[in-house]
Design a protein around this ligand. Structure first.
Ligand SMILES: [Zn+2]
Length: 93
């Protein structure tokens, strides 16, 4: 989350000015926001996002593995069919 471009949750205004190093004030309605709290929230969100990204990565790896297994299975079935056909032709069954 970019604190500089945050919106006022009270009035939706997009212009917030720093009152001091810890507090931002909405230019429209005067609502005050504690920067330390916002930063902590942003950090928590970022951590959550990273965990979600990691899970998504695992999931896509698992999907790839499943696709690979399915392709191998299909190949084995095709191979089996080919063997049976060539046997039928040469009447070796
Ligand atoms: Zn406001």
């Amino acid at each position: 989350m970019d604190i500089d471009s945050m919106k006022c949750r009270n009035c939706g205004g997009t212009s917030l000015s720093p009152k001091n190093s810890d507090i931002m004030v909405c230019d429209y309605c005067g609502a005050e926001y504690d920067l330390a709290q916002l930063r902590a929230k942003a950090a928590a969100l970022e951590k959550e996002q990273k965990a979600i990204d990691a899970l998504a990565g695992d999931l896509s790896r698992l999907r790839q593995l499943a696709d690979q297994k399915e392709a191998e299975r299909q190949k084995a079935i095709d191979e089996e069919k080919r063997k049976k056909k060539s046997c039928a032709r040469s009447s070796c069954a």
